[in-house]
Ligand binder design. Structure first.
Ligand code: GLU
Length: 423
């Protein structure tokens, strides 16, 4: 009898187009049959919820309903783990792709989690603090049956802060015993790990230094351009300048700033805290996002949203190393083209994995009810990143790019866990 699995030419057809292309190549190289492909690509569970909130518009209260999502991709290696993003472009296709990316990320860096992702289609900048709290808590109520410290542990992602994690913790705790391990990236006062906030950017900088070294370049001599100055971009810039790199350009949604001799990153962080944007930073020239991507520099770090480097602009890239601080910032077509030009692309599942590694340590600390020093967290995080880097580089020695080898390692581990556990 024909099964529904067989009706699909490739199970990866369900995936986001870029992810499909990356995965199909890896599945082919590993010689996986259709059943294995189906197991690895399908989500375990996909939930869509409606979250009604009364919001102030033009001086009166209006009822708005926001759509929220949580996709749990795979939990063969441990509880589901992954962030929540609040952004107008959030939809089920994106969340599904990002959930799957978390499965590969946690597997590659070998921490005991599966992959999940969620979010709400909302522009949080249009909400008051009270409205955001109500939205977050109502969303948490709807996710209540599927999250938990040993089930699925959300965390910050685009536009979601430690404060939002605190609200999730509070809402969950109303109907459960004290359970800080239900969410990571919390404020330190509530069981958040010291170093979690900086961890993703710190890890990106650490990986950037390894990538530079492999190209015969000391990070202290590198000229770096960073697109995006949120939590990840700003901490990446800060850490890279501590390591001696010259951060020559950074940008945010409003535009960017450039200084050939290197920007004063601490001054940039202060300027953004005061004015809400990079524009107008003293001693720097204004540039736009397109100019930033095309700058002559050693390292280009996309740290904003997906698809930033694509078929339309990849030819402009002059850097010799691209480090994916954001999730899925380089499209498949651009990735191939950059590879052909000899540009090293460090994939997201390696480059930005410091964040989820630090989340793992936060979860461990919450379960044990003790707190580590920041230096211990960052040191242990670097050790896991270095191990994943070495495994990926050595697997790529056969001629495949870093992304392909990273995916191969991650996919094989998940498949092995599925086989060991059975169904
Ligand atoms: N949102 C981050 C990521 O994409 C962190 C997820 C987590 O800490 O669970 O890796």
């Amino acid at each position: 009898m024909e099964t529904s699995n067989e009706e699909m030419a490739h199970p990866e057809e369900r995936c986001h187009s870029d992810q499909r292309a990356f995965l199909s190549r890896v599945f082919d190289r590993l010689g996986l049959d259709r059943a294995a492909r189906t197991l690895l690509t399908n989500s375990f569970r996909e939930v869509t919820v409606q979250v009604p909130v009364r919001v102030q518009r033009g001086g009166r209260a209006v009822l708005e309903t926001f759509e929220g999502y949580r996709v749990q991709h795979n939990h063969a290696r441990g509880p589901f783990k992954g962030g929540l993003r609040f952004h107008p472009d959030v939809d089920i296709v994106e969340v599904r792709a990002l959930a799957q990316l978390m499965t590969w990320k946690t597997s590659l860096v070998d921490i005991p989690f599966g992959g999940a992702k969620g979010g709400i289609a909302v522009d949080p900048g249009r909400l008051t603090g009270d409205e955001l709290e109500t939205l977050t808590k109502r969303f948490t109520q709807k996710l209540m049956p599927i999250i938990g410290p040993m089930r699925d542990i959300p965390a910050p992602d685009v536009n979601t802060s430690p404060q939002i994690m605190a609200w999730i913790f509070e809402e969950y705790s109303k109907t459960h015993d004290y359970a800080p391990a239900v969410v990571t990236g919390k404020p330190v006062e509530l069981g958040g790990a010291r170093g979690r906030l900086e961890a993703t950017g710190h890890g990106v900088a650490f990986i950037t230094a390894l990538a530079c070294r492999d190209r015969g370049l000391a990070v202290a001599d590198a000229r770096v351009a960073i697109q995006g100055f949120g939590n990840v971009g700003s901490h990446t810039a800060r850490r890279l300048s501590e390591l001696g790199a010259r951060v020559v350009a950074i940008s945010d949604v409003h535009g960017g700033v450039y200084r050939g001799d290197g920007l004063d990153v601490a001054a940039a962080i202060k300027h953004v805290a005061q004015t809400g944007r990079l524009q107008g930073l003293a001693g720097a020239e204004p540039i736009d996002n397109a100019q930033l991507l095309a700058l002559p520099c050693d390292v280009l770090i996309p740290a904003a949203l997906g698809g930033a480097i694509n078929e339309d602009n990849e030819a402009d890239v002059q850097a010799s190393v691209v480090v994916e601080a954001a999730n899925m910032p380089v499209t498949h077509g651009a990735d191939d083209a950059l590879g052909e030009r000899g540009i090293t692309v460090v994939p997201d599942i390696l480059a930005n994995a410091g964040g989820v590694i630090a989340s793992y340590f936060e979860w461990v600390q919450d379960i044990q009810q003790l707190g580590w020093e920041e230096s211990e967290l960052l040191g242990r995080m670097e050790a896991l990143l270095e191990r994943a880097w070495a495994a990926t580089v050595s697997a790529a020695g056969g001629g495949s790019g870093l992304r392909t080898s990273a995916y191969e390692i991650a996919v094989e581990r998940v498949l092995h866990a599925i086989e060991l556990r059975g169904f």
